[in-house]
Ligand binder design. Structure first.
Ligand SMILES: C[S@@+](CC[C@H](N)C(=O)[O-])C[C@H]1O[C@@H](n2cnc3c(N)ncnc32)[C@H](O)[C@@H]1O
Length: 327
């Protein structure tokens, strides 16, 4: 089961209203979608890139008929797949679902022995491909940037040593290698950060998030709401900077444009609804420990044209699409 995180806060921000059209860009187990459909006679378009959610989408179609539609796609493509639709709100609940984490065969968790996979789309290069094919320098950078692992180089060196003995194919194999590299201290498993880093890299999660925010800006109608729940500081930082850039007049000029021109040309495409992130309640954290790092930010689309997409908010780190993969 996936427990929909920060549901009361998301519902309050959305304020479901009959006749409106909402995009649940990270359908997962359909927890948000079902609650929106129950709260008002609205319509929901669910998106998810993971084909494993299909049986659940069928359940909701059987119950709610044409008020619910599903499209299997990465949410970064929503402006293409939903071109011409009138969208009143877009909700993104970033990251992996509990179902994905709990299924050993998906290979997301160091706590469950399974193939070293981690692909949400179940296509393209896997975490095992990354661990076996990338250079030590690239693995170090991935662990450092996407996992914020301080001893990234040591972890990568132990991987290099292990792959001299044979291919690394399972989650428990990798967890063991990282444990022997970093040792055990504190309450978290030593492989936590390396697994997070590989998952973000393989699914290009930060690139997806950034392109998803830009796509949302493109297709939301004036007055439409963008609501984003994220789970770690790398994601939250991108959401925060994206929304600030699009809602606040820049303080100074850049070397490309004199101050007066840049400030005069600035037309906010969003109005931020609170400067700081909304956090889960103490009760929710008590009931569901996984919710403790959730943060929600939301904003309302204005009628200004929107901004060019520049990827300067993304970290300078290896991207999965930049490599030629063997298989
Ligand atoms: C945290 S879960 C969402 C749970 C959902 N809110 C619920 O209440 O059941 C995240 C879901 O988003 C999907 N996902 C993650 N990144 C995605 C992307 N870039 N495009 C489409 N789906 C994505 C994952 O496959 C997963 O099913």
């Amino acid at each position: 089961m996936h427990y929909p995180v920060m549901l009361p806060e998301v519902l309050a921000a959305l304020s479901p209203t009959g006749g409106q059209v909402y995009v649940d860009g990270t359908f997962g187990n359909g927890g948000y979608t079902e609650n929106f459909l129950k709260a008002a006679s609205c319509n929901v378009i669910g998106l998810d890139q993971d084909p494993n959610v299909l049986p659940r989408t069928e359940e909701l179609s059987n119950t709610y008929g044409t008020r619910f539609r599903f499209i299997q796609t990465p949410f970064s493509k929503m402006s293409e797949v939903l071109a011409g639709e009138e969208i009143d709100a877009i909700i993104l609940d970033i990251g992996v679902s509990s179902m994905q984490l709990d299924q050993a065969e998906r290979g997301f968790s160091f706590m469950r022995a399974g193939p070293l996979d981690m692909r949400m789309q179940q296509a393209g290069p896997s975490a095992a491909d990354a661990v076996n094919e990338l250079s030590i320098a690239d693995l170090t950078r991935i662990f450092k940037v996407y996992g914020e692992e301080r001893r990234a180089r040591r972890a990568a060196q132990f991987i290099e040593r292990a792959r001299e003995q044979g291919v690394i194919t399972t989650t428990d194999q990798l967890a063991g290698i990282i444990e022997s590299a970093l040792g055990r201290s504190g309450k978290n498993h030593p492989a936590t950060r390396v697994f997070q880093a590989l998952r973000i890299f393989i699914n290009d999660e930060l690139g997806e998030l950034y392109r998803g925010l830009c796509a949302a800006e493109e297709i939301l109608k004036p007055g439409g709401r963008l609501i984003v729940v994220s789970f770690h500081s790398l994601e939250d930082r991108i959401v925060k900077k994206f929304l600030r850039r699009r809602s606040e007049r820049p303080a100074g000029g850049s070397r490309y444009m004199p101050v007066e021109l840049e400030v005069a040309a600035f037309e906010p495409s969003f109005t931020l609804q609170s400067r700081s992130a909304v956090m889960p309640s103490d009760q929710e954290i008590k009931d569901n420990a996984r919710s403790r790092s959730a943060r929600m930010r939301w904003a309302v689309r204005s009628d200004a044209p929107g901004f060019d997409n520049d990827e300067s908010l993304l970290l300078n780190a290896p991207r999965v699409h930049d490599y030629k993969w063997a298989a």
